[in-house]
Design a binder for this molecule. Structure first.
Ligand SMILES: NC(=O)c1ccc[n+]([C@@H]2O[C@H](COP(=O)([O-])OP(=O)(O)OC[C@H]3O[C@@H](n4cnc5c(N)ncnc54)[C@H](OP(=O)(O)O)[C@@H]3O)[C@@H](O)[C@H]2O)c1
Length: 262
């Protein structure tokens, strides 16, 4: 396995969903003097605040306020970043939404898929010709352990992340021949705006700074996939292999009692 350029050798980073939570924590985890950092999110004021912090740290921020679902905006932001800061060494497609916890009938159809799946495509596609020409680069895509199995009340979220993992796994094959690595990152629960009002138990929930540290450390060797925390990943993977009827009973019990069956 080759070593990824996420140490001091990286000179530029481009990341979506930088305005809060895990994205913000990853920006601060990687930030250092001279690092050029391109950031995308819709909340301009949050990007502005983070940019001020980055300048104080000696980094060189560029931010583009807009929506990852907007292909033209993303193409423009990528072109503008490349012309000012060069082709990034590291791209992190992190922007994502989970939507309200509820049944399929209550949720906005298509919105989650638009951000979590097509938004990632809109982020990566404009970079690919330049990355391929340069024959170097590292991509991290933030997915979720929710991609492992259909969780109740989160159908579109699980579907969007499962689709994302399938697309990324396939894209990795195409890119590896050109010297570009792609890692799909599947975190468990992280304490962010996304999970703030979750009404269900969130085992092994962690701070975004800890999650960012884990992602940086584990991504140094370009693995195809990073799953963490390990015990939750293993439990969900095991659950995904069990018969559907067992899984359904498990979730009914969990909803009723707030804890897994003994
Ligand atoms: N929190 C968890 O437990 C958890 C677990 C597994 C995976 N993840 C994944 O981690 C990633 C980050 O989530 P988080 O937990 O840090 O949640 P968060 O605090 O809500 O952050 C989501 C980020 O995505 C941006 N975003 C959302 N929709 C966007 C859009 N249409 N266009 C541009 N940016 C958009 C938000 O910025 P604006 O609102 O300013 O646009 C924000 O910066 C997501 O992909 C999520 O699925 C989270």
């Amino acid at each position: 396995m080759t070593s990824a350029p996420n140490g001091p050798s990286i000179t530029s980073l481009f990341i979506t969903g930088a305005s809060s939570g895990l994205g913000r924590a990853m920006v601060l985890e990687w930030a250092r003097t001279g690092l050029r950092i391109g950031m995308i999110a819709r909340r301009k004021n949050e990007l502005q605040k983070l940019s001020t912090e980055l300048i104080e740290m000696g980094a060189i921020p560029f931010f583009f306020a807009g929506d990852v679902r907007d292909k033209e905006f993303m193409n423009g932001a990528v072109r503008s970043f490349i012309s000012s800061a060069g082709i990034p060494d590291l791209i992190i497609a992190n922007a994502g939404i989970r939507g309200a916890v509820g049944t399929a009938l209550e949720l906005d159809q298509g919105e989650i898929m638009g951000v979590n799946y097509f938004g990632v495509q809109n982020t990566l596609r404009p970079f690919l010709p330049d990355l391929i020409k340069r024959k170097r680069g590292q991509i991290l895509v933030i997915s979720s352990l929710a991609s492992f199995l259909p969780l109740p009340g989160a159908g579109e979220y699980c579907a969007s992340k499962s689709a994302l993992n399938a697309w990324c796994g396939s894209l990795r094959f195409d890119l590896i021949a050109h010297g570009i690595s792609l890692t799909t990152v599947n975190p468990g629960f992280i304490r962010t705006e996304m999970t703030r009002n979750n009404p269900y138990p969130m085992p092994f929930i962690m701070d975004p700074r800890e999650a960012a540290r884990i992602i940086r450390k584990k991504s140094a060797k370009n693995p195809p996939v990073i799953n963490f925390p390990r015990l939750l990943a293993l439990s969900l993977y095991t659950l995904s292999l069990l018969p559907t009827s067992f899984r359904e009973k498990f979730f009914v019990h969990l909803k009723r009692t707030g804890h897994p069956p003994d």
